[in-house]
Design a binder for this molecule. Structure first.
Ligand SMILES: Cc1ncc(COP(=O)(O)O)c(C=O)c1O
Length: 449
């Protein structure tokens, strides 16, 4: 085979068929002609694989403007005077196939509300994935709850179920799986462990709208599920959140709690404020934007899923590129971020930062994702705070410090590469651009280090 005339597909085919080994026996194989992608890296002055811009996010039209203006002109801006939040709650619950939904003003407060409702609080321990947005850490740390991290499975980017049980103590109250990047965690294993040890499950589905595990939507499998509708999210309204669940009484309590403790449903009017509450109400404008955005959620989700799977098929055979493995129970991932791993050994030992810069220069925006946030000082700040020193024995906090050791997560933090969800709202040719750019960098790996 003339390797100088290989297209990416032929190259990938050759690599997977084993002929790559022969080619690779040269120190730096010359896949000299990748068609339009041949030649010098853009980072070094060559032509980028892609010059065309990617879709921007969020996306809206005139109909969104009208619905927000209608609320503005009505003067009924809060849910006590309008029906829009309730309408959205009903529509979102129906879409997810869950009995109830209560909106909050962001995902962080959805998680705090779920914890309160399930009586997870001061002095408790929660098993959680360290590979998550910092909000998941914050809700626990701010509540004087010890975040006991299970390790991350670098293959799936999700909490490693094999590392959960060994971390359960007599203080453990809940498991908080995070369907990170919009990819389902292994809910069969997590639910089985939770039931065995009598723990509640709060799903952090803040990145996983309409992701599915065995046909059920993420967020509807545990005791409660939480969502974020922040600006970057697939269902955005600037700031917003929701708690969903199937237990009517629990959801009544959540409704009451988020509305200053006012009576709601089975939370009866024994007084004006029968339970302790807070104010986490969503505004009518937020809900109007959400109802409008929801019209595109299913078609966008289907497109991200289809393009994500196609992209995986196009990059999986490039040496040193490992797409994220999906658990067998995954019926749909929604790819809030499309992830793969970069093995520098196959790229002439060029550090991941170099690869990220090279890929960005080729017109493919990307990032390295989360770092090992448990070693950033924030955990130690919490452990030495009044809240924690009063709520946990010193021996437990010392033991916890000694166990902050997560080899799977550390590995992933060094190898991960993320591509944004907006880039999956395109077509197959655009996915080819991403794959071509990666193959071009592989081809030029001798110039990277
Ligand atoms: C995994 C995860 N959990 C929680 C949150 C918190 O949501 P919010 O930003 O709406 O407060 C986010 C938001 O990015 C998230 O990604």
């Amino acid at each position: 085979m003339d390797t100088h005339r290989m297209s990416r597909r032929q190259f990938v085919g050759a690599a997977s068929a084993g002929t790559f080994a022969a080619v690779a026996s040269r120190t730096v194989p010359a896949f000299g002609n990748l068609g339009r992608n041949a030649g010098k890296l853009a980072m070094l002055g060559g032509q980028p694989v892609r010059a065309k811009p990617w879709p921007t996010w969020p996306v809206w039209d005139r109909s969104a403007e009208e619905s927000v203006l209608t609320i503005l002109r009505s003067g009924n801006w809060y849910r006590g005077q309008g029906k829009t939040v309730t309408q959205f709650e009903e529509a979102y619950a129906k879409l997810l196939g869950v009995k109830r939904c209560v909106c909050t003003f962001n995902g962080t407060n959805a998680l705090l509300t779920a914890m309160h409702a399930l009586d997870v609080g001061v002095g408790d321990e929660v098993i959680v994935s360290p590979y998550t947005f910092i909000a998941t850490y914050n809700v626990l740390l701010n509540s004087a709850v010890l975040p006991v991290f299970a390790d991350t499975d670098p293959e799936t980017f999700q909490i490693d179920p094999d590392t959960i049980e060994e971390r359960i103590t007599e203080r453990t109250r809940a498991i908080m799986p995070v369907h990170i990047l919009g990819i389902p965690a292994d809910m069969d294993r997590i639910m089985a462990i939770a039931r065995k040890h009598n723990l509640v499950v709060i799903e952090d589905a803040c990145q996983a709208w309409l992701a599915q595990w065995r046909g059920k939507c993420c967020g509807t499998i545990g005791d409660l599920g939480c969502f974020s509708f922040q600006n970057s999210k697939h269902l955005p309204c600037g700031e917003g959140g929701a708690v969903v669940g199937n237990d009517e009484e629990l959801m009544d309590r959540i409704h009451s709690f988020h509305n200053c403790g006012r009576p709601y449903g089975s939370v009866k009017r024994t007084s004006s404020y029968p339970i302790i509450g807070t104010n986490r109400r969503m505004t009518e404008y937020q809900a109007a934007i959400l109802l409008n955005q929801m019209q595109r959620l299913e078609s966008d989700t289907a497109r991200r899923w289809e393009n994500g799977q196609y992209l995986t098929s196009q990059i999986k055979d490039i040496p040193g590129i490992i797409p994220c493995k999906l658990y067998e129970g995954t019926t749909r991932a929604v790819f809030h971020l499309y992830p793969f791993r970069y093995k520098k050994e196959q790229f002439n030992n060029a550090p991941r930062d170099k690869f990220l810069r090279a890929l960005s220069a080729e017109g493919i925006p990307c990032s390295g994702g989360y770092g090992p946030q448990y070693s950033d000082g924030l955990i130690e700040d919490a452990l030495t705070s009044k809240n924690f020193t009063r709520s946990f024995p010193k021996t437990r906090l010392d033991q916890y410090r000694n166990e902050l050791n997560y080899p799977g997560n550390d590995q992933l933090c060094e190898e991960a590469v993320w591509i944004g969800q907006n880039m999956l709202l395109t077509g197959k040719q655009d996915m080819d651009d991403i794959a071509d750019a990666i193959a071009k960098i592989y081809e030029n790996r001798d110039k990277l280090a």
